[in-house]
Design a protein around this ligand. Structure first.
Ligand SMILES: [Zn+2]
Ligand SMILES: [Zn+2]
Length: 373
């Protein structure tokens, strides 16, 4: 009897003990392969976690929730403290219910109502989402507000089509790329994306969801309100309705990690912008992309994922993106093992990026002047 009570007590403890038992001193970022969707997990040295998006709807939901769980397990997490859903597209909220069934999510963050009517998103918002956050916290993100992750400084810089109005400390200089900006096209939801800027000691990173070119301009022109970053995350999968020079070149990332799919993103125009970005040391891709071809892609050692049945050689020429809509040809399958790209950042601003597929790892020394490399 005594033993079983002790066991119950131990079990209860193991349930209520928060995740703050981590001994790591790094901010760890796990970029998960969700096949051209987004799921990026940040884990503070405190053990608190923030997941940005939850992968794809439909047939991809279970697969993507499993892949996020694998990252959470590697990080030793027993809960997700904050889940940001950047916007209401199926490649960003799709695995949420499956994930919530696997581990507790404490705070659900979004930009507010869906502004691009669609059956899947509307039904999700009416029926599935409210019961999920009813048991937790629900936060509508506002530019300028902070997301309380112990050990990190997480600032919302865009949400619901609004941007921060005043520059971050040390930023605010004129952005020389604004003069040649060309407006882009976009759907209704991408520009609503919740964008977050994360500081850990001297290390800075930013994830803007699928924020589009016109909003990049509003955020970065005429003055660069953000300054520079060490790592640029997301990049709207490398799709060419985003990733203007006013954003990418002005942020001067040392490393960019693109959450592209096999046939989504990595298009020539975006790759040209990235490869010509001042100060960029490396672009890492979560997938090889047929839209890049050998002509535009990075060496394979910087690419985390192939296909279930990889082709013997990647064509040199990029292919054109498939037409959108229900008749689009399916991308080649990748439902087998998926690999992550992991960033481990130190408070001094240095960081290491590792490709989970081949183990290739590269360390970037701290930049000499914080945020102004
Ligand atoms: Zn994949
Ligand atoms: Zn997307």
């Amino acid at each position: 009897m005594r033993a079983s009570i002790a066991l119950l007590f131990a079990l209860a403890l193991s349930v209520v003990v928060p995740a703050q038992t981590r001994t790591a001193k790094t901010l760890d970022v796990y970029v998960v392969d969700v096949e051209g969707g987004n799921a990026t997990l940040l884990v503070s040295p405190s053990g608190e976690s923030m997941l940005i998006d939850s992968g794809n709807t439909g047939a991809g939901a279970v697969r993507d929730a499993d892949r996020i769980m694998a990252a959470a397990k590697e990080a030793g997490l027993t809960q997700i403290d904050h889940l940001i859903t950047t916007h209401w597209h199926g490649d960003h909220f799709g695995g949420m219910a499956e994930l919530a069934a696997r581990l507790p999510i404490r705070n659900f963050i979004d930009h507010g109502p869906n502004v691009q009517p669609g059956a899947a998103a509307d039904e999700f918002l009416q029926k599935t989402y409210p019961p999920l956050y009813a048991k937790a916290k629900h936060t509508v993100a506002k530019p300028g507000s902070k997301i309380p992750v112990a050990g990190l400084d997480v600032l919302v810089v865009t949400s619901a089509g609004e941007t921060i109005k005043s520059p971050l400390p040390g930023a605010g200089g004129p952005n020389p790329y604004c003069a040649s900006f060309k407006p882009g096209e976009n759907n209704a939801e991408d520009p609503m994306s919740v964008g977050t800027y994360v500081t850990f000691g001297r290390f800075r990173t930013i994830h803007l969801g699928d924020l589009t070119k016109n909003k990049e301009f509003e955020l970065m022109c005429p003055n660069n309100r953000i300054g520079t970053v060490d790592v640029l995350l997301g990049l709207h999968h490398g799709v060419d309705t985003s990733n203007s020079e006013v954003l990418v070149h002005a942020l001067r990332p040392r490393v960019a990690i693109m959450n592209n799919g096999t046939r989504k993103g990595g298009q020539p125009d975006v790759m040209k912008t990235l490869h010509s970005s001042p100060g960029l040391e490396d672009l890492w891709q979560i997938h090889f992309s047929e839209l890049s071809g050998q002509e535009y892609t990075v060496p394979g050692m910087f690419i985390a994922n192939l296909l279930d049945e990889p082709s013997p050689a990647m064509p040199v020429a990029p292919i054109a993106p498939p037409p959108p809509g229900p008749n689009a040809p399916p991308a080649p399958r990748h439902n087998g093992t998926a690999y992550r790209i992991k960033v481990s950042a130190q408070a001094d601003g240095s960081f290491t990026v590792t490709n989970g597929r081949n183990g290739f790892s590269k360390t970037y020394k701290a930049s000499p002047r914080p945020g102004t490399h």
